[in-house]
Design a protein around this ligand. Structure first.
Ligand SMILES: Nc1nc2c(c(=O)[nH]1)N[C@@H](CN(C=O)c1ccc(C(=O)N[C@@H](CCC(=O)O)C(=O)O)cc1)CN2
Ligand SMILES: NCC(=O)N[C@@H]1O[C@H](COP(=O)([O-])[O-])[C@@H](O)[C@H]1O
Length: 193
């Protein structure tokens, strides 16, 4: 039986969450291997981070007006080629569709910068600030066909300061997110041997 958890990371931007996984693995703190990083954005800095770590980095953009179902099925095939135990959507700004979820549903986690079920979607910290909450946070959940509706696995809270703006709040949330993501990957094989 394989012990080390094989993880494919999906991302769209800077990739600091992915970097946290790579760093924890390199430090011997996490028994996992990032076997590939896939992005819908060819220019995502997260792809550079993967290359720097010697991890295959694949861009899989969806052309404007492109065939969404075909894109989703191709994404499934790209990911399947790396035989992951777990898929980690970490700052991935595309909805995963039926073909992908038929294959990887139940083993795809997402990290979200809000305390779900509050503030789903693409702007969690902005929406939390606008609502005037005093406590914000992060959620790691199992991806399903809805938008941020899957089974919650882990959550962590962050106090909101009176002088927070969207950027400062999101940065503090991301500190918590990195810790939660590492823990979720670490616990995956124990719970899914
Ligand atoms: N089927 C699911 N896919 C994804 C989920 C999920 O819960 N179910 N979580 C996301 C991440 N996410 C926020 O948590 C999120 C990402 C993207 C969108 C969205 O509406 N995206 C648009 C495109 C936006 C763009 O390209 O700029 C789209 O997909 O058309 C909403 C929520 C990971 N995927
Ligand atoms: N709805 C999805 C969403 O908002 N994702 C968020 O994007 C950021 C990515 O940071 P990173 O690129 O530095 O890893 C993270 O906060 C992640 O939760």
């Amino acid at each position: 039986m394989r012990v080390t958890t094989r993880v494919v990371v999906l991302l769209s931007g800077s990739g600091t969450l992915c970097q946290a996984l790579l760093d924890a693995i390199a430090a011997g703190e996490l028994d996992a291997e990032v076997v590939a990083v896939v992005s819908d954005q060819s220019s995502a800095y997260g792809l550079e981070r993967a290359r720097a770590a010697g991890v295959p980095a694949i861009a899989h953009p969806l052309a404007k007006g492109g065939d969404r179902e075909a894109w989703d099925a191709q994404l499934r095939d790209i990911v399947a080629g790396y035989e992951p135990d777990l898929v980690a959507s970490a700052g991935f700004m595309k909805l995963l569709g039926p073909a992908f979820l038929e294959r990887f549903g139940g083993r795809t986690i997402n990290t979200h910068p809000a305390l779900l079920p509050s503030f789903p979607g693409m702007h969690g910290p902005r929406d939390a600030l606008a609502a005037g909450v005093k406590v914000a946070g992060a959620t790691v959940f199992l991806v399903d066909a809805g938008v941020d509706t899957g089974k919650i696995l882990l959550q962590g809270a962050v106090d909101v300061s009176d002088d927070d703006d969207v950027e400062s709040l999101h940065e503090r949330i991301k500190v918590v997110e990195r810790r939660l993501l590492i823990r979720a990957v670490s616990e995956w094989k124990k719970e899914h041997p």
